[in-house]
Design a protein around this ligand. Structure first.
Ligand code: FAD
Ligand code: DHB
Length: 388
């Protein structure tokens, strides 16, 4: 088989890249290790920056998001007895969209189905060959048969645990990592949101976040020790702890109910440089991970895909410079979003080994945020997403 671009990984990065390339007449194929239903069952991000919404619209997959998503013009940050409303719209002129990653993935699959775009699900033992040569190819097993795809370029969109990043030699690759000493326990429940905006709550018992998917579907998170397992937390224990970590006026109105999903994700900051080598280009979680505070993971994947799709389209149109610049262009935005995610995480979580000094710094930071329009603008500008 021959395709111009072989995309490894059918998460949001790989599916969106495939759609953008195919719409520009470039022949791309996607290899995904899991089944389609498995990919669609993963509950992940929920906040889309305006830049991502615009790309989805441009790719012809924005209609359901615009009809069913919720535009949020602000968010609430509360910690150390101070509550701040960050008015994105007033401060930056921009908003974010509440629309689940699962729904985005669904819409991308539907659009790819309509144009008969090739996707191999349950592709096993994917291996990259000659990525640094003129004739790269990818091998894998599908339905028990060995397959080989010859291509011009390989897009590594296979997430943190994929094979693409590791195909860049150790001597070339540099990894930067910060692991946080806690995780987030998340639940999804068919209950109304506690208020009409997201609530980020720093508390001495640990961070909490109240988010949502729609008027009767809430997504809540609690900071938990890395040693905890989802089974350690009954629904009752989760709700009781969440109430303790919210300001009283919100705890009083919190509606509880059975969870329909419960999972724990560890927090890390990770960036691998460069994001390209020879004919392989990384995008999304394959190249970087941010802690979820600030909702940047999916949005960063989207900005990588934006740069990479344009660079490939430009290359096949005769101008190779944007493709040569891809790694540097993408990394400049990645580092800034990582800095923001790290600083939000630092401001709002309990770091048990760091003692009272950090707690005082956090209180001072939230107090500064409450009284400084400049600080609020800086937070809002990062939250709604830096320009592409
Ligand atoms: P992924 O979504 O990881 O997709 C990669 C795909 O590649 C997967 O489908 C995988 O099966 C496939 N793959 C892997 N290895 C191979 C292989 N060898 N061969 C073929 N295919 C392969 N972000 C937020 O902003 N907010 C959140 O609340 C949030 N919650 C998260 C919760 C969890 C548990 C995780 C893991 C991430 C969360 N994120 C969140 C981050 C966000 O979901 C990711 O940034 C986003 O999914 C990145 O998309 P991606 O397509 O780059 O990677
Ligand atoms: C959600 C996740 C986040 O990490 C975040 O900062 C905001 C919202 C969510 O899953 O809804």
């Amino acid at each position: 088989m021959r395709h111009q671009v072989c995309i490894i990984g059918g998460g949001p990065s790989g599916l969106l890249l495939s759609l953008l390339l195919r719409r520009a007449g470039i022949d791309a194929v996607v290899l995904e290790r899991r089944s389609r239903s498995y990919v669609l069952s993963r509950i992940r991000a929920g906040v889309l920056e305006q830049g991502l919404c615009d790309i989805l619209r441009e790719a012809g997959v924005g209609a359901r998001m615009d009809a069913e998503g919720f535009v949020h013009d602000g968010t609430i940050i509360t910690a150390h007895g101070t509550t701040v409303h960050i008015d994105f719209k007033k401060l930056t002129g921009k908003s974010v969209m509440i629309y689940g990653q699962t729904e985005v993935t669904h819409d991308l699959y539907d659009a790819l189905d309509r144009i008969d775009a090739p996707i191999f699900h349950e592709a096993e033992d994917v291996a990259i060959h000659d990525a640094n040569g003129d004739a790269p190819y990818v091998t894998f097993t599908h339905d028990g048969k060995n397959q080989r795809i010859e291509c011009d370029y390989i897009a590594g969109c296979d997430g943190f645990h994929g094979v693409s990043r590791r195909s860049i030699p150790d001597a070339v690759r540099r990894e930067f990592e910060h692991v946080y000493p806690f995780g987030w326990l998340g639940i999804l429940s068919e209950t109304p949101p506690v208020t009409d905006e997201l609530v980020y709550s720093g508390h001495e018992r640990g961070f909490a976040l109240c988010s949502m998917r729609n008027a009767n579907l809430s997504r809540h998170y609690l900071q938990v020790p890395l040693t905890d397992q989802p089974e350690d937390w009954s629904d009752e224990a989760f709700w009781a702890e969440l109430k303790l970590r919210l300001p009283p006026h919100l705890a009083e109105v919190l509606v509880t109910g059975p969870s329909i999903e419960k999972s724990i994700a560890p927090l890390r900051s990770f960036i691998s440089e460069p994001m390209s080598w020879g004919r392989i280009f990384l995008a999304g979680d394959a190249a970087h991970i941010v802690p979820p505070t600030g909702a940047k993971g999916l949005n960063l994947a989207a900005s990588d895909v934006y740069y990479l799709s344009r660079a490939l389209i430009s290359h096949f149109g005769g101008d190779g410079q944007p493709l040569r610049d891809y790694s540097a262009t993408a990394l400049a935005r990645v580092w800034k979003a990582s800095r923001f995610s790290w600083s939000m995480t630092r401001m709002l979580h309990e770091f048990p080994s760091e003692g009272d000094f950090l707690a005082k710094m956090q209180a001072a930071e939230v107090d500064y945020l409450a009284h400084s329009p400049a600080a609020q603008t800086a937070l809002a500008e990062n939250y709604v997403g830096l320009p592409y």
